[in-house]
Design a protein around this ligand. Structure first.
Ligand code: SF4
Length: 385
């Protein structure tokens, strides 16, 4: 095992702001230092990081929203449709591939990220997914990886307290939701990240464009749901900074005060990722991102000099950087900045930084179902674990 590389501050901010941040001498979690390299259990003379992030990609049904900046629409195929137009294998086959992948990673630390499209859109699928992970966790020590962290990324639609869809029988909807919440509690996630891009229902709906029958689009449903779930699970709020939404420090403060009112203790403000020219293909999504990116340098600089904002730590990842503040001593506010160009360059090396199990049964090391395939569906059938 050897260390990958080190570094203490982000190259993603302006040099001036980087200097300011370095002067703060903040405690740093540097994933590039923590991560070790070891031979990939999937062969091909590749190395793999440990911890390694693994996403069982939720893509069996369409997402309940249509966010204007959705990165799943940000591909190189000149399309505004999420990349879910591939063959979808049965849940049974998919979870068998997931189990095999996790067993193969038994000498690794795994960061399990439940994301993709919207994982709670298909609640039965997510319940099966959580059960498959638990079966591994409860299995023999020799056949399972160490779970470094377990996350769920969701827009909350399938967790809505009054059920997911307004036009379906209420009792059935609520029962299914409650079953899912029970499974999530057993999953013991490190964090549950809920995306909500504005504290005002109308502005949020303009950005997220939930389908008309989705109950979580309503403010009172969202707030009641968050208050309920926050008693049971480590709930976090995620807002993507954008000119048409949370765009300046006073809106950030309004968002944080709204979150405090629901008892939430952690908020993430993420910038719209930078990307290289390969991604810019004149789709509505790429244009929206380019036109709506907020100047995060200005925003973070203002926070650094502002009453009630105390910088407390930073985190460096392989394509992202996070700066964490305490706001009013009541809530943490983390700014995250990321670059898909850096991510793509890393994914094109001989090192595996990320694994995604796609609904077509391909385990890939990049965000494309047919690219950098480490194990194909056909090869999973013969994979010895
Ligand atoms: S909730 Fe997530 S997957 Fe769905 S449209 Fe928004 S960004 Fe895309």
């Amino acid at each position: 095992m050897k260390q990958i590389f080190s570094g203490t501050s982000s190259q993603l901010f302006s040099p001036l702001l980087q200097k300011e941040i370095v002067k703060l001498h903040l405690p740093t979690q540097n994933m590039n230092v923590i991560s070790k390299l070891q031979p990939s259990p999937f062969g091909g003379n590749k190395t793999i990081t440990s911890p390694i992030s693994l996403t069982p990609y939720a893509g069996s049904v369409r997402c309940t929203a249509r966010c204007k900046f959705c990165s799943e629409c940000l591909d190189k195929t000149n399309s505004d449709h999420p990349q879910n137009s591939y063959n979808i294998i049965s849940s049974k086959q998919f979870f068998s591939c997931l189990t095999k992948s996790l067993k193969k990673l038994r000498n690794n630390k795994v960061i399990l990220c439940l994301s993709g499209l919207e994982p709670t859109s298909n609640q039965e699928w997510l319940i099966d997914c959580l059960r498959s992970v638990r079966a591994i966790e409860e299995g023999d020590l020799e056949t399972k990886p160490e779970f470094f962290a377990k996350y769920l990324y969701s827009n909350c639609s399938g967790l809505a307290i009054n059920g997911q869809f307004l036009d379906q029988p209420r009792q059935k909807e609520v029962e299914l939701r409650n079953r899912l919440v029970k499974e999530l509690i057993k999953y013991e996630p490190t964090d549950v990240y809920i995306s909500r891009h504005h504290y005002d229902e109308t502005v949020n709906q303009r950005i997220m464009q939930y389908h008309s029958n989705v109950s979580i689009k309503h403010q009172h449903t969202f707030e009641k749901t968050m208050i309920d779930l926050n008693q049971k699970l480590p709930m976090r709020l995620d807002a993507v900074l954008q000119k048409s939404g949370i765009s300046n420090i006073s809106r950030c403060e309004d968002y944080l005060n709204w979150a405090i009112g629901m008892g939430i203790e952690n908020v993430f403000f993420r910038n719209l990722a930078y990307f290289n020219d390969d991604y810019v293909n004149k789709t509505n999504t790429s244009s929206y991102i380019a036109n709506n990116r907020v100047n995060i340098d200005n925003l973070v600089s203002k926070c650094l000099g502002r009453h009630n904002w105390t910088p407390i730590s930073q985190k460096v990842g392989y394509y992202y950087f996070c700066l964490k503040f305490n706001y009013k001593n009541k809530i943490s506010a983390t700014f995250e900045i990321s670059d898909y160009g850096v991510l793509e360059n890393k994914h094109n090396t001989n090192t595996i930084y990320k694994l995604i199990l796609y609904p077509n049964g391909n385990l890939t090391s990049d965000w494309y179902p047919e690219k950098n395939v480490q194990v194909s569906l056909k090869n999973f059938q013969h994979l010895e674990v």
